[in-house]
Design a binder for this molecule. Structure first.
Ligand code: NAP
Length: 311
């Protein structure tokens, strides 16, 4: 595949930036990949792992001469970072981000973007519960969605190049309006994470009562919650603080449904429960048919002892 950008600067070198760097290296999409992170430890690890051509000590150095700059830090840190790099951005460069919330990024980064720099927020809908520079891998975005939030008047060439980059890294790209993005993500990702955090918290309280039985007999349902609830605390704190309205709206609806299910259980309304679960089962089938998950039993997990990786 051919080069799309001459120099890409990655600010933040965790799961998402590390995966982008590896995918860009793999497909030859950037002439040079420059990276930086907040801590010396992360910068040193990135140097050792070699997924960037160059790792700089500061964000200002990293963005100098870059035709694409990617903010890949927690959402709450983006505004301050944008202010810091703004004077060093090259005219004509594209500034993008990978944050999970878009309204807050547009509000906090937008005002710092200098004239002549194209700001196109983005959100790759791909991730794992792991974080840090070691956790990235080139295939993370394959057959996953990347949502672009270009606003009203994007530069067509800048938009086409960013779209081409995400497609070349394997993603399906769609454009979306900011508020709609944040609501869709509140339903598909943010509220489910909060529910998983809550369920694991409840089990943790119980565990003190039942003397570790929760862990010992951890079955698939609860185990899957624990995977989600192991996600990075800083990232998720920022998601809830910055996507407040949409998340609260969805949690309000969730609570209403929960009460309805509670009532059905109390009154013995089996028809209600059966119909509800039939409807939700169809949604699972739809996700599998759309190629967004495996139909293999237990999410394709194989016993750890077999030495194979889950598909
Ligand atoms: P990550 O693995 O935890 O990496 C975050 C990086 O940001 C680290 O290199 C960290 O540097 C740096 N950083 C943290 N706070 C900073 C600050 N105040 N100033 C400057 N740098 C800072 O995170 P990630 O999973 O790649 O997430 C990055 C972004 O992608 C977030 O906005 C998140 O919402 C979004 N996102 C995540 C996922 C997911 O599932 N993980 C999916 C889609 C989008 P140090 O290591 O030196 O602290």
């Amino acid at each position: 595949m051919s080069r799309i950008y001459e120099r890409v600067a990655l600010i933040g070198l965790g799961l998402i930036a590390g995966s982008m760097a590896r995918a860009m290296q793999c497909h030859g999409l950037a002439g040079e990949i420059v990276g930086t992170a907040r801590s010396q430890e992360t910068r040193d690890t990135a140097r050792e792992l070699g997924f960037c051509d160059r790792v700089t000590e500061t964000a200002a150095e990293a963005v100098r001469g870059a035709d694409l700059v990617v903010l890949a830090v927690p959402v709450g840190a983006m505004g301050a970072l944008a202010r810091e790099i703004a004077p060093h951005l090259a005219p004509g460069a594209t500034l993008t981000d990978v944050g999970s919330v878009k309204g807050h990024v547009v509000e906090s980064v937008g005002p710092h973007v200098p004239e002549g720099v194209h700001f196109i927020p983005a959100h790759p809908m791909a991730g794992t519960e792991h974080s840090g520079p070691e956790s990235g891998f080139a295939e993370l975005f394959e057959n996953r969605w990347c949502l672009l939030v270009p606003g009203d008047n994007p530069d067509p060439d800048a938009l086409a190049r960013l779209r081409a980059l995400w497609q070349a890294m394997g993603a399906n790209v769609e454009e979306m309006e900011v508020a709609h993005h944040d609501l869709v993500c509140a339903v598909t990702s943010h509220a489910p994470h909060l529910i998983a955090y809550t369920m694991v918290g409840v089990a943790d309280d119980l565990d003190r009562v039942s003397d570790s039985e929760v862990i010992k007999f951890s079955a698939a349902g609860f185990r899957d919650f624990t995977r989600i609830a192991a996600s990075d605390p800083t990232m998720w704190r920022d998601v809830f603080l910055t996507n407040k309205d949409a998340t609260l709206e969805i949690l309000g609806r969730f609570t209403e449904e929960l009460f309805a299910l509670q009532r059905a259980i109390r009154t013995g309304d089996g028809d209600y429960l059966f119909d509800y679960f039939t409807r939700t089962r169809a949604i699972r089938r739809g996700i599998i048919e759309a190629g967004q998950d495996t139909a293999a039993p237990d999410f394709g997990r194989v016993p750890a002892s077999s030495g194979q990786k889950a598909g």
